[in-house]
Design a protein around this ligand. Structure first.
Ligand code: AMP
Ligand code: MG
Length: 210
């Protein structure tokens, strides 16, 4: 497979036809690496089990490791989750877009291949303009772990993605250097009292304050 590299920059954004091609790839079950404010993600349609399988294969990652679904706007949450507690709305208002991942009951349309067999789903809205443009163009939630081979460092530029995944994925969106030096904070919203599963850029105190 030939891995196509397209560019996004804060000044010029995407070229229209390239963004449409990225959308087509995701809709057809292919893989597109894209920049976020944390690291580059390896994205596929979060509602297609074949896309999830391709992500695991490209990364060389065991398939019981659940993937985070990336969305571009709040309304997308409805379609992929069951109950969303009120507290999640407050956290989203404070920290989305941003490096906060929330865990919810999943809707039936999210395949177990995406969630590592769990009946919950992890969701985040990244704070990167290129990522948001891409996610809003494709409109399905995009499942994305970091765009590296398993065991290698998480990539913060397109060149690192290429080193690991060239020939294994359909497209790389080159948005330059990214990386706030932290992973997203993961918080489980399915418990009566939300539980932090992974510390990250958003601290416990920031969450408590909200
Ligand atoms: P990342 O490595 O940043 O792509 O984050 C993936 C991690 O998110 C997984 O390894 C899990 O630790 C966590 N995760 C994803 N989905 C769930 C879920 N439904 N329940 C609990 N943890 C999850
Ligand atoms: Mg990773």
């Amino acid at each position: 497979m030939n891995t196509k590299v397209i560019r996004w920059s804060p000044e010029s954004g995407f070229r229209e036809e390239e963004l449409r091609e990225a959308k087509r790839i995701i809709e057809e079950g292919g893989l597109v690496a894209f920049p976020t404010e944390t690291v580059y993600g390896l994205g596929g349609d979060g509602l297609q089990k074949e896309a999830a399988k391709k992500i695991y294969a490209a990364k060389g990652r065991p398939s019981d490791n659940p993937l985070i679904l990336h969305i571009g706007r709040w309304e997308q949450l409805d379609g992929i989750t069951g109950h969303v507690p009120e507290a999640a709305g407050k956290l989203a208002e404070a920290f989305w877009p941003g490096p906060l991942t929330m865990i919810f009951e999943k809707a039936d349309c999210v395949p177990p291949e995406t969630t590592g067999g769990l009946d919950t789903v992890a969701v985040r809205m990244p704070e990167h303009r290129g990522a948001l443009e891409f996610l809003n163009e494709v409109s399905v939630p995009v499942a994305a772990p970091s765009a590296n081979r398993s065991g290698r460092p998480s990539p913060t530029c397109a060149g690192h993605v290429k080193e690991d995944l060239d020939g294994k994925i359909d497209m790389i969106i080159d948005g330059g250097e990214v990386g706030i030096g932290f992973e997203s904070t993961i918080i489980d919203m399915t418990e009566e009292i939300p539980v932090i599963l992974r510390p990250g850029y958003i601290t416990q105190q920031m969450l408590i304050d909200v």
